[in-house]
Design a protein around this ligand. Structure first.
Ligand code: COA
Length: 199
């Protein structure tokens, strides 16, 4: 997969390139452009910053804890970075969304996991997660991936609805999570059709 960015047209149809991504935060007014960027290794601090924003803002949505990950040093974050491909959604020049594509060591190149999906609260319900997912799934399909897996915590209905819209289905594989308020996590699967079969 290439490391270049890609434009996304927002619902207003306005789009332009602002590759100089800096910071996570909120602005007044609506963003005018959205841009998906695949992080490169030197960008590990951006993965750290957006991941910590997600954990701080929505601790119940993830298995990890903010305090634990905030204590990780550079070596740990570089290791985390090396687990996958990290897609960032920019709104104008701010990092507002994250989606990771990872593989277990024994996984074929035709399968992968999605992890860490998060969109900043101030741009939610405007199709940002959908744009990010669409872009990433299109690229995976083009790369020959046929099966995409993810885990979702019980009770995360917004994310479940989003995944179902994209065709993810429950595998009925559930894992209890002792000590976590969600109680369980569930594995979901999406079968990607090949580009030819869409013609
Ligand atoms: C889940 C999340 C990524 C959705 O991001 P988003 O940019 O708001 O999603 P979109 O605007 O693309 O929404 C697409 C669809 O998802 C569903 N959806 C999204 N948010 C929803 C909500 N709060 N309630 C119900 N459905 C919701 C809807 O079907 C929505 O379509 P609609 O707006 O036409 O009804 C975002 O709420 C988030 O970051 N949550 C916290 C982190 C998280 O739960 N990550 C998933 C871990 S598995």
């Amino acid at each position: 997969m290439d490391a270049s960015g890609a434009y996304c047209h927002n619902p207003n149809g306005v789009s332009y390139q602002r590759p100089e991504a800096r910071g996570i935060g909120s602005v007044t007014g609506s963003p005018t452009s959205f841009w998906v960027e695949v992080l490169t290794e030197k960008d590990w601090p951006r993965l750290r910053d957006i991941r910590l924003s997600a954990l701080r803002g929505f601790p119940e949505g993830f298995l990890a804890s903010h305090d634990r990950e905030a204590a990780y040093g550079e070596e740990h974050w570089r290791g985390e970075f090396s687990r996958g491909e990290w897609n960032i959604m920019l709104a104008d020049d701010l990092d507002v969304g994250l989606l990771g594509v990872t593989r277990l060591p024994d996984m074929s190149s035709q399968e992968c996991y999605l992890e860490y999906l998060w969109v900043a609260p101030w741009v939610r319900r405007r199709g940002v997660a959908s744009m990010l997912l669409r872009r990433v799934l299109d690229r995976l399909r083009d790369a020959g991936v046929h099966t995409v897996w993810l885990y979702i915590l019980d009770g995360n209905d917004p994310a479940r609805r989003l995944y179902q819209r994209f065709g993810f289905q429950s595998t009925n594989e559930r894992q209890p999570l002792p000590g976590h308020p969600a109680g369980n996590e569930e594995k979901m699967r999406l079968r990607l059709s090949s580009p030819q079969s869409l013609c």
